[in-house]
Design a protein around this ligand. Structure first.
Ligand SMILES: [Zn+2]
Length: 338
């Protein structure tokens, strides 16, 4: 069974429940599932915090477990399709890999080189067999994506050279590695992400490569929908740990604050929907054990606690104190009708 067959099966069996943890419009979920069911490569486009990585992880987690022979090439037990298996230099025992681990992750970056994706020479094996012996090849991430989903985060940060390498794999379903006279079949589906092209440091995606992907745009939910997501949580809670009856303004204030940060040029990583949910839960928790705390202060407490570990400011990176100070300033200026 190919990974495409496995994906089609799991999509048919689970439907939108497969990606139910991703909080977004139903039509977008259906687009994602249609692409996966058709066995095509998926390109998720959307801002930081829109849940692209989480969505890819949920898809992989839905795959069935698989038993591997223990080589670096993803052979099944007894299959012996790769140079390591054929020459008896398998490095690991037979083992089962569960769905969540069937995701080979590639972090797109200008520093990534062809050896990372295709492979390089293992110096120890090279001493034993010679550098040009295929047994000395240490497979890169694209070869190790065999029978897994190949998740390429920030596809448009791959250099043109690496984009061409990936294109070869997508066109042929196989790769040749420079210097070796062997073609490696790679059974994979690529799920890639891309930030909107106005972000700095991105390469243009070549037309040939773009043509190999179906592009689905993810976005933050509308403010109205996000408030509804938050309020539906309060409706579900029994009220022992979290206040089950917060004023409607609490959810609205949290979402409005998050949306202000999402449009703020000072912010590199804005709060996700998960972050607003956390802020809402924390504010409600605060009210339960500290009933005298006014709602406005509880909301500020929740926002501070939930956002300071998630929000990353532009220019400098996460120097914790700086994020804290910046957030405190914003929260002090936040006017709440609570
Ligand atoms: Zn093998």
């Amino acid at each position: 069974m190919t990974i495409r067959d496995e994906l089609a099966e799991v999509v048919a069996a689970r439907g939108t429940g497969l990606i139910g943890d991703w909080l977004g419009p139903l039509e977008v979920k259906q687009d994602v599932l249609a692409v996966l069911h058709a066995g095509r490569n998926l390109l998720l486009e959307g801002p930081v915090g829109s849940g692209k990585t989480m969505l890819a992880g949920a898809v992989a987690a839905g795959l069935p477990p698989i038993r591997f022979a223990g080589c670096d090439f993803g052979c099944l037990p007894g299959e012996s399709a790769c140079p390591q298996c054929r020459s008896g230099v398998v490095r690991d025992e037979e083992h089962i890999v569960f769905g969540a681990q069937r995701l080979m992750r590639v972090q797109g970056s200008p520093d990534l080189v062809a050896e990372d994706l295709a492979g390089d020479v293992d110096p120890v094996a090279a001493l034993e067999y010679g550098a040009l012996d295929v047994r000395a090849l240490r497979p890169g991430r694209l070869l190790r994506a065999h029978r897994r989903i190949c998740f390429i985060d920030e596809l448009n940060r791959l250099s043109e050279r690496l984009q061409n390498l990936l294109l070869e794999l997508l066109e042929e379903g196989a790769m040749t590695i420079g210097g070796y006279d062997v073609r490696f079949g790679v059974d994979t589906v690529v799920v890639a992400t891309m930030n909107p092209s106005e972000y700095v440091g991105v390469e243009r995606l070549s037309e040939a490569l773009a043509d190999r992907f179906e592009r689905v745009r993810l976005d933050y939910p509308s403010a109205e929908d996000e408030v509804r997501i938050l309020r539906s949580r309060a409706a579900r809670d029994a009220g022992d740990r979290l206040d089950a009856d917060p004023p409607p303004e609490a959810a609205a204030a949290i979402v409005a604050f998050a949306n202000a940060l999402r449009g703020d040029p000072d912010v590199q990583t804005p709060p996700s929907v998960r972050a607003t949910i956390a802020a809402y839960d924390l504010a409600r928790s605060r009210r339960v054990f500290d009933g005298a705390r006014p709602w406005g202060d509880a909301v500020r407490d929740g926002l501070r606690l939930a956002f300071r570990g998630r929000v990353v400011l532009a220019a400098g990176t996460a120097e914790a104190e700086r994020v804290d100070r910046w957030l405190d300033g914003r929260l002090r200026r936040l006017e709440l009708a609570l």
